[in-house]
Design a binder for this molecule. Sequence first.
Ligand SMILES: *Cc1c(COP(=O)(O)O)cnc(C)c1O
Length: 394
Amino acid sequence: MPAEAPDPLDALTTDLAALDAAGLRRRRRILASPCAPAATLADGSTRVAFCSNDYLGLASDPALIDAARAGAARWGVGSGAAHLVSGHTVAHDALEARLAAFTGFDAALCFTTGYMANIGVMPALVGRGDAVFADRLNHASLVDGALLSRADLHRYPHGDVDALARQLTASSAPRKLIVSDGVFSMDGDIAPLPRLLELAETHKAWLLVDDAHGFGVLGPQGRGSLAHFGLRSPRLIYMGTLGKAAGVAGAFVAARADVIDWLLNKARSYIFTTGAPPLLADTLLAAVDLIEQGDARRAHLSALIQRLRNGLTLRRWHLMPSTTPIQPLVIGDNHEALAVARALDEAGLWVPAIRPPTVPKGSARLRITLSAAHTIEQVDRLVSTLRRLEGGAP
Ligand SMILES: *Cc1c(COP(=O)(O)O)cnc(C)c1O
């Protein structure tokens, strides 16, 4: 008999200890207040948070709370079944029609999360022998979607459309799918979508744009990154999430009607899961109204971004060139980034430090995210504290 394998229970203990030793063990901070810049933690202490993706401050908006209450009164709380069984209501249907019209597509399909949308859509479009072309900085859910599809995965250097063009030219895959974040979640920059679409047209490829951080923020009335560039094409598949700027939960995919019908038939993460509570669909219908009427929120958000960028011209640490609410401050060294995050925390300011392997080596950073719910004073406090900390650093 071969030597006995180690007991997985013991291995788990060792592996967790190794995570701990490497400073990579994750822990959750427990909140005792709703998503808003003024956060109260479970221990009763308070912070000003610069880490949510609630870019328009809708997560605790009174109009949406009212819509959720009315939705619960009308529908109860659960949908009770998958959409293709009996879990699809007029609320879900109206939301899909509204999202399609709002983003300028024929049709839309709602998923319960953005992660579920990406891992459902990609395997429905490509399979073994096909090819996926992905920006290296794409979100993890797009990587997982590509792996689940079993298509060959080609990753191109961040934003490098020439490298992508070479990969596409070299590929003889029958079906090609280009995927990119619209706004990159760790860098805050906007993908070169017009060039990506040109390449998709030239190579008869699909272009899937994951606009988790652009929907509600970019483009006229917050219609997203494709609207920002004025792009339209039958090859475009647009994915937007509804738990960030929309302030609720869920996601949608918008495209030509036949593409959406195909996804409804083939996307396993759509078919084999319970429909979202209809009260969320009603809440989201109200959220899309607030996004559409949200120019004042977006103007305030832009003013905050400009104020932060004007204030944070530092000697050693630098803001990445981002025009979006994601404003990464590159510190460089892992330990220093952690120390700065800790010092901010002691000053009552909550900004997450992001380290390799989430970001490239030597680019450890603070991921500052701004929301229309922040005040100028809160941003000024962050700026002055960071200036003081940098001045006091070696
Ligand atoms: C947050 C995010 C997702 C996942 O969306 P959820 O609705 O949170 O599951 C997908 N893609 C990107 C780029 C994201 O930032």
